[in-house]
Design a protein around this ligand. Structure first.
Ligand code: ATP
Ligand code: MG
Length: 672
């Protein structure tokens, strides 16, 4: 194998930092990076001090690979920090959550109201036998009660495990049993594309499959009986499940009758806050563990700085709370900062493809945080949808989840941001808990497709295949080393940060193997990256997906971006398939923009022109859809299975299993 990752694509567009964002005193000062590199523990300790603690820590950090502890001995309560300290202070009447249901029903919940509701839910959970240290599985639509339940768990010291409402009974059963949850909190159903997702029915099915730890099921009435309706939308027929006497309780029969105060449990900084399963892009999902003090410190700091959060911001993060982005940047990070968040229940194309833009217009959202997969869908749908809405309230845009192709970045910048809004492309993982690499909008020049700089206090490095450090950002910042750039390789993190996962639930061996064995002593995220002449990081896709073509390591990201650069291409997924002579041949699966056309030869030539003949795809397969995880990420490993004629690997996290099945059929018939 060749030693380094080739860096092929050169992207020269650059956007200066936004002067308007430089009014946070410390953010005026690019020295923040070097200062944090000199003493990362002091940097994080200063952030921890912005939280309310019941007892101070005795030691900032203890790390014995792979186990990290932060703010050792400190005691706090996460919900106190996210709710009470605002409700009991100047933000009592400030809106914490602006919620919009898919049928168009809306609610605004102030911090004072949120506190009362969270207390009621907390008391309800206690009455169901939940105590400190127990696990509660949450399988709910995106309604305020979902956030309230998460916060209620944290209030009483129970850990939550939120399972995305699109998962099947099998996946729910597996996750419930893995966490041995005592209670499941769900709803009769939630709205999605004008239909009802039958959540309670799925819980019933999961319980029939066998969930021995579950004692009670708390059921919110969100959808209601078929035939009823909200905002002129009629609830179509759906399976509402069956309430089992002694086990199942309606939310309304229990929660509203509870007292509206409930003390916050005193939690150790290292006590469990939640378990959350990864997206399953690369294999079977991992139950990632997060604890209290360090996690809250990480999400508080990154929300404030990456999103340049101001008191009057309206923060719209389009993620579902079933993913880590919803945990860290709808619930814990923004609420810890006393912000106003927008939470939306349904699909982006219901009733029309302008839904997100209508939400922004209606609630005057100032910050939008979404995913490249969504941005590519918006591009495919066309500019008319955003163009007919007033998006002038927006001042900052963010993306997360996958590398963003430069063309999609430019579209986001121009059509959504009106060329006025900086874009923060944020690289991080379920395991990292908080944003790791991202611009700080007031001080970082942005480049389409680059996540730019590690957050202060994070030491991102580049390794070569042999495990030698070829770039150490902090050493460079401290003036201890200089490096030849650009340099490509494998991303690793040196040292630990407060919100790093404390492990895989119940599987310390897998934790050690997956993250700590590739480069002993360093955290290995599994992504390839390059650093350009200016020290900006470019995430190049999964290490497992890197292609080895005639002795060259080529990243999927660069070939995909070259394809998306073609005016007819909306989305592309690239994989390496076995080739007798070259080692691997490049195969591309391409979706065209609606109404556009392009020949396979033209697309191959475009890639060769953009990045060189070496990356010219051997096969291009034009298709209508790509297999994606339920969180919207392209699953290249399944495309590899298709291209190599193998049986498909773990498909439980696929959003739509029919997509890959029909791709397989088409691919096989096109070969013959
Ligand atoms: P699994 O770990 O189960 O295979 P997953 O890695 O997709 O699933 P997540 O934790 O949801 O689960 O996603 C983290 C991954 O998403 C990162 O490792 C990276 O590959 C990708 N990613 C997230 N944000 C970005 C970004 N801004 N740029 C590039 N890649 C990103
Ligand atoms: Mg992962």
């Amino acid at each position: 194998m060749s030693d380094t990752l080739e860096t092929l694509l050169s992207e020269n567009r650059s956007f200066p930092p936004a002067a308007a964002f430089r009014d946070l005193s410390v953010m005026n000062n690019p020295e923040v990076y070097a200062d944090a590199a000199k003493d990362p523990e002091a940097f994080w300790e200063n952030w921890a001090k912005t939280l309310d603690w019941i007892e101070p820590w005795t030691k900032v950090c203890e790390f014995e690979s792979p186990n990290a502890k932060w703010f050792v001995g400190g005691k706090l309560n996460v919900t106190h920090n996210c709710v009470d300290r605002h409700a009991d202070g100047a933000r009592a009447n400030k809106t914490a959550i602006i919620w919009e249901g898919e049928p168009g029903d809306t609610r605004r919940i102030s911090y004072a109201q949120l506190k009362e509701e969270v207390c009621r839910v907390a008391n309800a959970l206690k009455s169901l036998g939940v105590t400190k240290g127990d696990r509660v599985c949450i399988y709910m639509p995106m309604v305020p009660e979902l956030a309230m339940t998460m916060l209620a768990c944290a209030r009483i010291g129970a850990a939550h495990s939120v399972v995305f409402g699109g998962f099947s009974a099998d996946s729910l059963q597996e996750r419930t049993n893995d966490a041995s949850a005592k209670v499941i909190v769900t709803a009769d159903g939630g709205w999605r594309r004008g239909n009802i997702v039958p959540l309670k029915k799925t819980v019933d099915d999961a319980l029939k499959l066998g969930c021995p730890s579950v004692e009670k099921v708390l059921v919110l009435e969100r959808a209601g009986e078929p035939g009823t309706g909200v905002n002129g939308m009629t609830v179509r027929n759906y399976e509402r499940g069956e309430m089992v006497e002694g086990r199942d309780i309606w939310w309304n029969d229990l929660v509203p009758h509870q007292p509206s105060d409930c003390p916050c449990e005193v939690m150790d900084s290292e006590d469990l806050l939640y378990i959350l399963y990864t997206s399953g892009s690369t294999g079977k999902p991992k139950g990632i563990v997060h604890t209290s003090g360090g996690y809250l410190t990480g999400v508080t700091a990154t929300t404030k700085w990456v999103f340049d959060l101001k008191e009057n911001d309206i923060f719209f993060c389009t993620a579902d709370c079933g993913w880590v982005t919803g945990h860290s940047y709808i619930v814990y990070g923004p609420l810890s900062n006393g912000a106003t968040v927008v939470m939306y229940e349904g699909a982006p194309d219901t009733p029309d493809k302008d839904r997100f833009w209508r939400i922004i217009e209606r609630h005057k959202a100032t910050i939008l945080y979404t995913a490249p997969t969504a941005i590519r869908a918006f591009m495919k749908w066309g500019d008319e949808y955003p163009n007919r809405c007033d998006l002038a309230s927006l001042r900052l845009l963010g993306t997360v989840g996958e590398p963003i192709n430069p063309e999609a970045w430019i579209w986001y910048h121009e059509v959504i941001g009106g060329r006025m809004c900086p874009i923060v492309d944020t690289w991080w993982q379920t395991e990292t808990g908080a944003i790791m690499i991202s611009p700080l909008p007031g001080i970082t020049a942005t480049k389409p497709g680059s996540a730019t700089m590690p957050f202060p206090g994070i030491n991102a490095i580049i390794m070569n295949e042999a495990g030698e450090v070829v770039y150490d950002r902090s050493a460079e910042l401290r003036g201890e080393a200089t490096y030849e750039k650009p340099v490509g390789g494998i991303l690793a993190i040196s040292g630990v940060w407060p919100s790093i996962t404390r492990g895989i639930w119940g599987d310390p061996k897998r934790f050690q193997d997956v993250y700590w064995s590739r480069f002993p002593g360093y955290y290995f995220p599994g992504d390839g990256a390059k650093v350009d002449e200016d020290g900006c990081f470019w995430l190049l896709g999964r290490v497992d997906d890197i292609m080895l073509v005639a002795g060259h390591n080529i990243s999927t990201m660069e070939v995909e971006s070259a394809l998306v650069d073609h005016h007819s291409v909306a989305e592309a997924a690239v994989i390496g398939r076995h080739h007798d002579l070259k080692g691997q041949a490049i195969a591309a699966f391409v979706i065209l923009r609606s109404g556009m056309d392009a020949s396979v030869e033209e697309l191959k030539a475009h890639v060769a022109m953009k990045i060189g003949a070496i990356a010219r795809p051997d096969d291009i397969f034009i298709c209508a859809e790509l297999p994606k995880t339920r969180s919207g990420k392209i699953m290249r490993r399944l495309l590899r299975d298709v291209a190599e004629g193998r049986a498909l690997g773990d498909t439980t996290t696929l959003a739509d299993p029919t997509v890959v099945a029909s791709l397989k059929d088409q691919y096989e018939s096109s070969e013959s």
